[in-house]
Write a protein that binds this ligand. Structure first.
Ligand SMILES: [Zn+2]
Length: 191
């Protein structure tokens, strides 16, 4: 049908446009599409709990518990590997303060600090964030990590490969390389 052809043409044109964009242009484009960037820019309303030059903490509008906070970077990053080290350090420093404020301010008995890093890990937003969730005993939130029966060899082999990759990424950090394209596309589900 004619309408579908127009849609397909528009889609092709958009894809072509995206292909021709520089990384800076692409990031600007992503920002315009991103609801959390709109919140950071105050174009979309939110209940702000804390902000400084680098992060913004807002109340989740669909909270797991009252006081559930989304801690966003003000800069648009899709996934954790894109964050510079000082930025991720700052995010978790603020997460600690927010968590402490929940223990004091709303009598939380505990908190969960959660980052969903990549689609396979349940990440839905296009913008990096940490969830800070105030918890009480028997509050109906159930995280169940399965304890899978596994061969010791298999566990050890995974550990060895992580250790090997860790020394590799330490070298990468020295050369001030950011996230590799391979890392990013894996996390975003693009293959
Ligand atoms: Zn964004």
């Amino acid at each position: 049908m004619a309408e579908q052809n127009i849609d397909q043409e528009q889609l092709n044109a958009l894809q072509e446009k995206l292909r021709q964009m520089s990384p800076e242009e692409l990031r600007e484009f992503q920002k315009k599409q991103c609801i959390f960037c709109q919140i950071v820019a105050n174009k979309v309303q939110s209940r702000r709990i804390y902000e400084d030059g680098r992060v913004l903490a807002i109340l989740d509008i669909n909270p797991a518990n009252p006081g559930h906070i989304l801690l966003l970077t003000k800069e648009h990053y899709s996934i954790m590997p894109q964050l510079p080290d000082d930025e991720i350090a700052h995010v978790f420093k603020v997460a600690k303060s927010l968590s402490n404020s929940m223990l004091k301010g709303i009598d939380a008995h505990g908190t969960n600090v959660i980052v969903a890093n990549g689609i396979a890990a349940g990440q839905r937003a296009q913008h990096f964030m940490a969830h800070i969730i105030p918890r009480k005993e028997n509050d109906g939130i159930i995280f169940v990590l399965p304890q899978k029966p596994m061969e010791q060899k298999e566990i050890e082999a995974a550990g060895d490969r992580i250790i090997a990759a860790l020394s590799g990424s330490a070298k990468e950090e020295k050369s001030e390389k950011g996230a590799s394209l391979d890392e990013i596309s894996k996390l975003l589900g693009a293959r």
